[in-house]
Design a protein around this ligand. Structure first.
Ligand code: MF3
Ligand code: CO
Length: 258
């Protein structure tokens, strides 16, 4: 799991560095596929089945009001002021690593930067609760409180999850709920915590492609995710890129607007 986590994070890190105005989301997806090859892993998204649907891309790339599971397209070129959620989910020797980060394209508005910061902070607050004997609801509550205190809305249609030899395992880890409720977390469990946060309304609709989930009100949405191993004192984040010692915070409170 640690190897899979590191590979997923390395690919995500390198792919996020390629985000710039003018690049198409298809170009980014193909670059993601290439990076996976270089690292010696395969995409866990491409070919992923949900009922009769099969996911067509190496990565999930969701721009602005797109929340998750966005599809790379040749005509979707990034522009300065956009944000893009880059979700990288790989298989490494039969184990899955899954992580996501929302990055700005050029300069974004202070409101959008704040959305990204609060979402990232809510992920780390959730991770703080992912310790032995705590319950899933402790994680959910921490995420929801932080998001709602900031005036944003958590998505309820999609959730975090256990992870291992398959991408989505029990338990589900919602980004909303009650402290002290739900299944207990245990040392050694591998889980993905992944807050998805909309600016205003949590209402979601599906795009015609059958995969991309969008904010109904068209306002921007952010998504941050790590894979971690539950432990006694604090969880071990395993989606840390090669060459890094710990999980980076990209939106430190001290550097951002109110
Ligand atoms: N991080 C995403 C998730 O857990 C990865 C989805 S891959 C897809 O849902 F194939 F389902 F899109
Ligand atoms: Co996930």
């Amino acid at each position: 799991m640690r190897e899979a986590g590191r590979a997923a994070a390395t690919v995500l890190h390198k792919l996020c560095a390629m985000v710039e105005a003018g690049i198409s989301t298809l170009d980014l997806d193909e670059a993601g596929g290439k990076l996976m090859k270089e690292v010696g892993v395969t995409s866990a998204c491409r070919g992923y089945r949900a009922g009769s649907k099969v996911f067509p891309c190496y990565t999930c790339l969701s721009v602005n009001e797109e929340i998750v599971h966005g599809i790379g397209l040749p005509e979707r070129r990034l522009e300065s002021g956009d944000i893009i959620s880059v979700d990288v989910c790989i298989s490494c020797d039969g184990y899955i690593g899954d992580n996501c980060r929302t990055v700005p394209v050029g300069k974004v508005s202070p409101d959008v930067e704040r959305l990204m910061r609060i979402t990232e902070e809510s992920l780390f607050l959730g991770i703080d609760q992912a310790v032995h004997k705590n319950r899933v609801g402790d994680v959910s509550r921490a995420v929801q409180n932080h998001v709602e205190d900031a005036g944003f809305a958590v998505i309820t249609n999609f959730v975090g999850h256990g992870v291992g030899k398959t991408l989505h395992e029990d338990p589900q880890i919602p980004n909303y709920g009650q402290a002290g409720s739900g299944p207990r977390l245990k040392k050694g469990m591998a889980v993905c915590i992944e807050p998805m946060v909309n600016t205003k309304s949590s209402k979601v609709k599906m795009a015609e492609d059958g995969w991309t989930a969008l904010a109904v009100d068209g306002m921007p949405s952010a998504h941050f995710e790590h894979t971690l191993l539950v432990d006694e004192e604090r969880a071990e984040i395993i989606t840390i890129p090669e060459g890094f010692e710990k999980a980076e915070h990209f939106f430190a409170a001290s550097t951002s607007v109110a």
